[in-house]
Design a binder for this molecule. Structure first.
Ligand code: ADP
Ligand code: 5GP
Length: 204
């Protein structure tokens, strides 16, 4: 292992862009990567399991977690709280495991202020029309919620320049291959390998 600490990989993009699908595919080939399970106050969708898709909490519990600094970051998205539990992420990174956070742009920018060494990836669908079709096809939100989420996309896109990579999710296979390529290249950055090289080559 050339990296003592895991990579923090932050994935954002409009709702329906394919973040969850890409990360799930990536994890099949990289089971040691830690996918952070977020906390939220939104209602579970059909098929979502508490503790797997999200930790579903009441507003009261969520606000207690904010007050107790149990969250690495949190944000309000479409009238609900979302946040990243701190302990799991920090333990995994210290153990040398890569960590994926699938979070909105506000949360990502808050994380970046503390983890500038992270890798910030923005996922985009090929067009607004495709975004609508994917959200519709997912079948998990009402037309009203879909419209609300699509209307947020332009604002989210304005943050794209603050990210390191943009994955255009047309073909899923290619998007996952791009994701793998980004992670592989990021691990080889000189600044991430220096301490290992110094040790092996006795550079003091
Ligand atoms: P997000 O996590 O960004 O909200 P999802 O991963 O839930 O988005 O994807 C939204 C919908 O689009 C899902 O129904 C998913 O199966 C579909 N989808 C994702 N990527 C692709 C793709 N490359 N081609 C076709 N459909 C896709
Ligand atoms: P959804 O309701 O579709 O699961 O998620 C809505 C948005 O919330 C998505 O952009 C998703 O990435 C974001 N999100 C999920 N978990 C978190 C989190 O822990 N923190 C933040 N800031 N955003 C999150």
């Amino acid at each position: 292992m050339t990296n003592e600490r895991g990579l923090l990989i932050v994935v954002s993009g409009p709702s329906g862009a394919g973040k969850g699908t890409i990360c799930k595919e990536y994890l099949k080939n990289h089971p040691d990567t830690y996918l952070s399970v977020s906390a939220t106050t939104r209602a579970p969708r059909t098929g979502e399991v508490d503790g797997e898709s999200y930790h579903f909490y009441t507003t009261e519990t969520f606000e207690r977690m904010i007050a107790d600094r149990e969250l690495l970051e949190w944000a309000v998205f479409c009238d609900n709280y979302y946040g990243t539990p701190r302990a799991g992420v920090e333990n995994a990174l210290s153990a040398g495991r890569d960590v994926i956070l699938e979070i909105d742009v506000q949360g990502a920018m808050n994380v970046r202020a503390h983890y500038p060494e992270g890798v910030y990836i923005f996922v985009l669908p090929p067009s607004p029309q495709v975004l609508y079709e994917r959200l519709k096809g997912r079948g998990t939100e009402s037309e009203e919620v879909i419209q609300k989420r699509i209307s947020k996309a332009a604002g989210e896109l304005s943050h794209l320049p603050k990210y390191n990579y943009c994955l255009l999710n047309a073909s899923l296979l290619e998007a996952v291959a791009d994701f793998e390529a980004v992670v592989r290249a990021e691990r080889r950055r000189v600044e991430r390998t220096l301490s290992y090289i110094h040790k092996v080559w006795n550079l003091g």
